[in-house]
Structure formats: structure tokens, C-alpha cells
Design a binder for this molecule. Structure first.
Ligand code: GUN
Ligand code: FE
Length: 441
């Protein structure tokens, strides 16, 4: 399986720096880990894969927040506020995954679809069903996607419908524990791993949150949940506990292992300080936030405060499954936050100064940022990290045109992130194994 690949690499080792390695050779060892990245002129011996003119090799994308059972709803049913959307559209769809034959229709399309977009790592919420959850983990393994898969835990008598909830806190914790055991047994290699998944505070009883905090401590498994997503959700937690989500989650022991907190658009500066002192990171889902968040996530403030942040699609609250597209949405949202959105307000007081981020920072979050949140050695193509990568075609006959007389590297990179489509992504590797190839005519 050891192989070498030669071509041009674009990646972001820091949030400020676009690194372009023209004509380099990446050598990948049998275990899928990169052993060297050297200039083509310094490489001796043969090369298995040579990229064609215009093709660019990039580190694989890390989607920190995917609701797998919402895949059939992608692109639709975005008309209601979060609390109504969950009960009217989303819980009924998720409840169908009690039927394993329905799951068997959905999972291959989801996992294959995301891999085809360059998403080499995905962090999934499954449904409450152990069977569908195990089937999702098996499908990730079958298609070779690096993944965290979580059985959703939710038992609250008001925050969930009686036809889609765990029967009580004790059995929910036990089912989540069993799911950890089952997924670890399925894949001892650790490419696919379990993650503890209390849906969000409004859907969970205190006993469940406490029990899952204890499970995190005893198992060491990662945790994912939603945090300060919307006005309603943020206020609900303050009314229930007198503190914000991040403080409540920390008290329940849910931030001790690496934790992925989705959205967090309503974090306060005090929350920034709480989170910066924990193992938690944020899944910033910019498109979803414009539908359900009621505000733009203060990305720049939160990263400046030292909190870890990566990107997520929030399929299907986010209607676009592409993480490259989320990079562009993150940039767009940050510009709207900086300038403000209401022209009836004076320009000087309309926005929040120093909020904008650029595409280099956005891509950094989609790769290195996500890797840091999860504690995975991926995100950059360099010796010692796993070879998770994808190739994008640019030039004529692609969505990413080139204008050699006008373009510099940064212009090509920005255009690639904004405009590349699935049809331009020709190869995808996870842990040194090619998991998708697209024939081009
Ligand atoms: N909060 C609780 N459940 C969900 C969900 O499925 N999607 C989003 N966006 N927020 C949630
Ligand atoms: Fe979500």
C-alpha cells in the first residue's frame, strides 16, 4: 500500500499562511502515515501517482457536525424556527431510522456523497437507534471514511416527543455505553470511533446529562452536543440552570474529554474564557446559523480568545453538504457581522469591528482547526500525519478557471475554495487508501 504522489500541494499550516508546494512528492507508508514531503527534484525512485496539469492536492476536509438521518431532508424544510423545525420535520424523519432498511437506503448515499466532496473525516449524530447507529459506523468503515459516530441520547419529557425519545435516563446511558462498546469492536483500527451524543440540553434530563458525563469520564470517549445555538435555546438553558450552556455542560462533566460543541453563536466573552480552559472546541456551521442561529457566530473574537474552532455543515439544518462551501459561508458571515445588516442603522454603529476572516483562515478551520478539536493527526500534508487528502482539477472544463496572466497562488486558492464542485474532485484518500476516484473524459 505504500505509495508516492507527485504534484502541487495547497494547504494552510497556520490560520494566516497559505503554503503552496509546487511539484512536491509525498511518500506514504504502509500504515497510511506520510513519511516525507520533498521537492520533486530531490526525490529519487519511481512515483505511482503524478497529478495532471492544473490538478491540486489538498488536505482532506473535516466536517465536525453532521446529522446523518437528516440527509433525506437536505435542501428542504427550512421554514421554521429551531424548536418547531425539530418537532415538525426533523424528529419524525429521525424516528424512521428504527427501520434498518430505511437506514440502509440512506447511509451509503450520505457517506459516499460526503467523501466525494473531499470530506475525509465526519463527526456524525446518528438517531436514537442502536441498530441504525451501528449500521452507520459500518458504512463509514466500508467506504473508508474517518468518522466519529454517536447514538443520540434524548429523554426529556417536554424537549422530545413521546414517539422519539429514550425511555429513561438509565436505559439511555446504558444504550450509549453499549454503542461505544459495539463501535470499538467493529473497528479496532480506530478509523471509525464512537462519540457520546447528548442531543442538547433541552432534550435531556439532568440525570441523563449527569450519566453521560460519568460515561465520558469512565470511557474517555469524545462528546458532542449543541451549545448556545439560538435565542430560544440559549435562554432556555439560562432559565433552567441560571447559567449558560458552556457552564452547565462543564458542570455535568461533558467538557473533560475532547468535546465538539455545535454552533455556539450566542457564546458570551465569559463563555470564551470557560471554553478556552477546557478540552472543548466549536463546530462553526455558518450556513445553518443563518437559518436557525438568530445571529452570526463571532468567529474572530472566539478564536482570538484561544478557543478551538473547526467547521461543520450541520446537515440538514445547513442545506449545503460541501465543507468548501462552508468556508465561503464563514467568510461571508464574518463580513456581514463586521459591516452589520440593517441599512437603517448608521454605518458606524451597524456592525462589529474586526470581525472579518479571510479564506485562508476559513480553510485552516476546515482542516487543521477540525483536526485540533478532535485530536487527530491530520489536516496538513506533512511527515508524521495521516495521508487524508483530495485532488481538485482546475482550468478549462472545470468550475475553477485559470487566468495565468492575472492569477497569483492566493487567487487560485480562493477561487478553488469558492467554486470547486464535486465534479472537480477527482480523487480522495483516507489514511493512505484511495476511497474515491472520478473518471474524467
Ligand atoms: N439542536 C438539537 N437538535 C438539533 C438538530 O438536529 N439540528 C440543529 N441545528 N440544532 C439542533
Ligand atoms: Fe446540529
Amino acid at each position: 500500500m505504500a505509495f508516492t504522489i507527485r504534484g502541487t500541494i495547497m494547504q494552510t499550516p497556520t490560520a494566516e499562511h497559505l503554503q503552496v508546494l509546487q511539484d512536491h512528492v509525498v511518500t506514504v507508508s504502509d500504515d497510511g502515515v506520510i513519511s516525507s514531503v520533498v521537492p520533486g527534484s530531490a526525490h529519487e525512485g519511481s512515483v505511482e501517482v503524478t497529478l495532471a496539469e492544473g490538478e491540486i492536492l489538498l488536505p482532506g476536509l473535516i466536517d465536525l457536525h453532521v446529522h446523518a438521518p437528516q440527509w433525506p431532508q437536505l435542501g428542504s424544510r427550512l421554514d421554521k424556527p429551531l424548536e418547531d423545525w425539530l418537532f415538525e420535520h426533523t424528529f419524525p424523519l429521525e424516528a424512521r431510522f428504527a427501520d434498518l432498511s430505511f437506514a440502509a437506503e440512506v447511509w451509503p448515499s450520505l457517506v459516499g456523497g460526503l467523501l466525494g466532496l473531499g470530506t475525509t473525516t465526519a463527526v456524525y449524530y446518528s438517531s436514537i437507534h442502536p441498530g441504525a447507529t451501528q449500521a452507520l459506523a459500518a458504512e463509514c468503515l466500508r467506504q473508508g471514511q474517518r468518522a466519529f459516530v454517536g447514538r443520540v441520547a434524548m429523554d426529556h419529557l417536554e424537549g422530545t416527543p413521546e414517539w422519539y425519545r429514550d425511555s429513561d435516563a438509565r436505559s439511555a446511558v446504558e444504550a450509549s455505553h453499549q454503542s461505544i462498546v459495539d463501535i470499538e469492536a467493529l473497528d479496532p483500527s480506530g478509523l471509525v470511533r464512537p462519540i457520546i451524543t447528548p442531543r442538547f440540553i433541552p432534550a435531556c434530563s439532568d440525570a441523563l446529562l449527569e450519566g453521560l458525563g460519568e460515561l465520558a469520564a469512565s470511557s474517555g470517549a469524545l462528546v458532542q452536543t449543541h451549545c448556545s445555538e439560538s435565542d430560544w435555546e440559549h435562554q432556555y438553558v439560562i432559565e433552567r440552570y441560571g447559567v449558560t450552556d458552556s457552564v452547565a455542560l462543564e458542570r455535568f462533566g461533558l467538557l473533560q474529554t475532547p468535546s465538539v460543541l455545535a454552533h455556539a453563536g450566542h457564546l458570551t466573552p465569559d463563555d470564551d474564557l470557560v471554553l478556552a480552559g477546557t478540552n472543548a472546541g466549536i463546530a462553526h456551521c455558518p450556513l445553518s446559523n443563518s437559518y436557525f442561529g438568530n445571529a452570526v457566530f463571532p468567529l474572530r473574537r472566539v478564536t482570538d480568545a484561544g478557543v478551538k474552532v473547526g467547521l461543520g455543515t450541520d446537515i440538514a439544518g445547513g442545506a449545503d453538504p460541501s465543507l468548501l462551501a462552508q468556508c465561503a459561508y464563514a467568510v461571508t458571515g464574518s463580513r456581514m457581522l463586521e459591516d452589520g445588516v440593517n441599512s437603517a442603522v448608521d454605518a458606524e454603529s451597524r456592525g462589529l469591528v474586526s470581525s472579518r476572516v479571510d479564506m485562508i483562515k476559513a480553510f485552516y478551520l476546515a482542516t487543521v482547526g477540525g483536526a485540533d478539536v478532535l485530536g487527530l493527526p491530520v489536516g496538513i500534508l506533512e511527515a508524521g500525519r495521516a495521508f487524508d487528502a483530495f485532488v481538485v482539477r482546475t482550468g478549462d472544463q472545470t468550475s475553477v478557471r485559470r487566468w495565468p496572466e492575472l492569477d497569483d497562488d492566493e487567487a487560485v486558492f480562493e477561487r478553488l475554495v469558492r467554486l470547486a464542485r464535486a465534479s472537480d474532485i477527482v480523487s480522495v484518500w483516507v489514511n493512505g487508501t484511495e476511497v474515491q476516484t472520478r473518471q474524467v473524459s
